[in-house]
Design a protein. Structure first.
Length: 137
């Protein structure tokens, strides 16, 4: 009596995309976090934007992951969670004139930081300190 029920249960699970006795593939995910700081140029109340592109990507490439934080005083803290394990290039900028669009690209007068290669190890901290910033012409 119980075997037909078990067979029916396994058959219905198989029809809906799973099979009895199989496990889902585990894809490791990681977290990137850190601080954005600007003490030499007043950026208080401005937004900092951080984005991850492909390992050989350019700042103009679309982001795989991105976030923003608003500087309170000279700094803010950012966090990007559930990032799949891979190699990335990280770009950051502080939008001093408040006109950044969804593509997250700096324009004239913004503070920008050059590209940084990144490979994740569980929780990865990456700070953008005052010395890293250059003003866009």
């Amino acid at each position: 009596m119980h075997k037909p029920c078990l067979w029916l249960l396994c058959a219905s699970i198989w029809v809906f995309g799973a099979a009895c006795g199989t496990e889902e593939e585990f894809i490791p995910v990681h977290m990137l976090f850190g601080n954005v700081t600007s003490t030499s140029i007043d950026a208080s109340s401005r937004k900092a934007h951080i984005k991850l592109v492909s390992a050989s990507g350019l700042q103009s490439d679309p982001a795989f992951y991105s976030t923003s934080c608003r500087l309170v005083g000279p700094s803010c803290t950012y966090q990007i969670t559930f990032v799949q394990e891979n190699e990335y290039t990280v770009f950051a900028f502080i939008d001093l004139n408040g006109n950044a669009s969804y593509d997250m690209l700096p324009d004239s007068g913004d503070l920008t930081c050059g590209s940084r290669p990144l490979f994740f190890l569980d929780k990865t901290e990456l700070d953008f300190d005052d010395a890293a910033w250059r003003r866009m012409p």
